[in-house]
Structure formats: C-alpha cells, structure tokens
Design a protein around this ligand. Sequence first.
Ligand SMILES: Cc1ncc(COP(=O)(O)O)c(C=O)c1O
Length: 421
Amino acid sequence: MNRKKNILFLFPNYPYLYTLKLQTTFSMSRKEDFLKYQAQTTPFPLLLDIEKAEGCWIYDKSGKKYLDLVAGVSATVLGHSNPIITKAIKDQVDKYMHVMVYGEFIQDAPLELSKLLCNNLPDPLNTAYLVNSGTEAIEGSMKLAKRVTGRGEIIAAKWAYHGNTQGSMSILGNEEQKQKFRPLIPDINFIEFNNIDDLELISESTAAVVLETIQGGAGFIIPKDGYLKKVRERCDKVGALLILDEIQPGFGRTGKLFGFMNFDVVPDILAIGKAMGGGMPVGAFIASEEKMAMLKSEPMLGHITTFGGHPVIAASSLATLKELLKGNYMNEALRKEQLFRKHLNHPEIKEIRGMGLMLAPFFENPEFPVKLMNALMGKGIIVFLLLFEKRALRLSPPLTISDKEIIYACEIINETIGELM
Ligand SMILES: Cc1ncc(COP(=O)(O)O)c(C=O)c1O
C-alpha cells in the first residue's frame, strides 16, 4: 500500500505510468509470494504468470500471449483447454468424483479407458493398472517385475530418467543427480543405451531391464540398428522382463500411438503417463493378465493407490485417447516433424534429434540453449531445456499445432539465434 501511495504522489498526472507501476507492484508481489510460499525446484524458475491457455497458446496476466512448443513437457497432447477434453471432465464432475480406492468399484471411465488402451496394444499387453503419475507407473512396473521373476536386479540405461520417487530415482542414469539421496534401492546396474556389447550384463539374476523407448533427458536419442529387438532377445534368453517407459513418446508423438510400435518390439510391461491425461495427472502400467494377477495375492495388495483410476482423470484420458484414435494426429505428427526440419534452418543448429513432434535442435555451445530459451520467452515463444543434454532445446508442442504456427515459431527461432550470435 505504501508503495502504491508513493507512486501516486510522484506521478499524479500520469495515470498510464501509474497503472503500469501498479501492475509491476502487483506482479512483483505475486512473484515474491510464488518464490516464498511455493517450494522451488531450481533457483531460476521461468516465472510466467498464467491467466489462461487455449490451443497452442498460453496467456500471461498482462495479456501477452506465448506460442507453446513444450506442451507442459509432452503432456497437453491435444492442446490447452481442448473442448472435447474439458467437456468430458465437466460431465464426469457432474456425475461423481472419487468414490473408492483403486480396484474395488466398477466405474465407467476407468473401465472404458483400460479396455480401449488394451484393445489398441499388441499381445500380451492386455491388463492396465491405472495410477497417478509417471513415476508411480515405473514403481509399479519394477515391483511387478520383481514379483513375477522372484529376482532382485534391475538394469537401466545411463542418462535415463524415469521419475523422482526413490525407486525411479534409483534407476536414474546420472550419479550426480541422485548421490545426495542415497541410500536408494540396491541391486541396480546400468548399461549404455544403443550399446549391443553391454547387453551381456543382462543375466539370470536380472528381474527387468527398464528403458525409455526414446531417451528423453539424454537428448531425444532414438534406438538404432535394431537395438530394442536385441534387448528383447537377450531378456528372453535369460528370463528377464523388458519394461519400456513410454511416458514421453507415448500417445501419438512419434507418429504411432506408442513409440515402441516404430521398432518392432513389444515389452512385457509398458509404463505410460503424461499425454495420457490430456492435461491431467495420470500414469499406468500395462502387462499380461497373468503377470498382473500376481499383484493381487501372496501378498494381497501388491500395489495399491487411493486415487489411481480417478473417474475425472480417467474421463479426461478416455476423451484424449478416443480423439487421438479418431483423428489424423499421428500421421500429421510425422508431416509436422518435416515442417520443423525444413524451416528450422539456422546454420548454428548442428542437428535436430528426435522423431515426430519430439525434437531437439542441437547447438555447439552448451550455454547457448539457456540464452536462446530466455530470449524466445521475451518474444512469446516457449521452449524448454533437456534434463541432461545441455547443448539441446526441447520442442514437444501439442500435436494440434498448425502449419502456420510451426512456420511462425521457426522464423522467430532462426531470427533469435541470429541476434544472439
Ligand atoms: C521418460 C519419463 N519417465 C518418467 C517420468 C516421470 O513422470 P512423472 O513426472 O509424471 O512422475 C518422466 C517425466 O518427465 C519421463 O520423462
């Protein structure tokens, strides 16, 4: 209040300036409150103050709009406030919300969702366990693998990211990130993604190999030369299960419903999340009915959750999946990839890794992507960084992004790279 009075006293004849100052005071205090009251994950959050979001655009409280090339990190696959999804959510809210913990009552949305998911997956992926997040999908997958095989060892990939709870963090492929949180779960070993020789490390003691189908945080690394098939063969040989983490590439982003469908391989357990919710928090792990049945006995309640399969979230997921299967989004993701590759052509971009609408332009200098991200934010374009690969930027827009929006974004990115060089 004092600050407000001072400004008025200093600028009594400048209402415009006064309004401007007031806005600054208002937004400063919101930023201060955000930094003070909401726990932070880094010392430099992006601090965009959100008013609303529609389609591929996010609006801040000053009315400035931003073209979203991140989609909440591959989550809002059909764009923000998609009316098909919001209607499904509202209809479900009007009927009922939480009525019982997971797995007891029969409810339309989670039942229909599980059925539709399984009917669009190859054998033996025919039973879905709905959970609350990607990390919980991974926790459930690892527990199921231990339960099924009776073995303890889990093998994951260097530079992998599978979530942040302690089980998922145990298989995170970067020691620096997890060192301070040790002890984590024991019996974890690492192989290098795409390295065939390392597959010898998978043995009769291995319960499961957990891999991202496309390594996200490591720089959108695609499996090459039949790598995943060779992992599959090795797992079959030694009786280990293959868990594929599709939490990022899943739900159409790579041109197929799930990324693994591009690589002629089927996992024993599929972990999904992010885009599955159409903007709501969700996850699931999917396996054969026979394997999944082992979670219900000896001991009973092998995995339990209060809110997994929540009807409102399941309604949102179901509407998202139905729309994805009905529309031409997946083919379009591949065509739109080509549009990005054609128009994102500044010579400082050394290569563009990834597939479909999961693309990572690479630069030589690892300090450059942060600068570019901040400069683009000023120009109303949202891009983001990758967890481990500092030389790259993340582009994972909603699949609904239009050609015009892609070309506009590429022009601004090229122009901004030129200005920063
Ligand atoms: C490949 C992968 N697995 C797991 C997760 C964890 O998902 P969540 O943040 O929903 O727990 C993420 C999140 O970024 C991810 O990218």
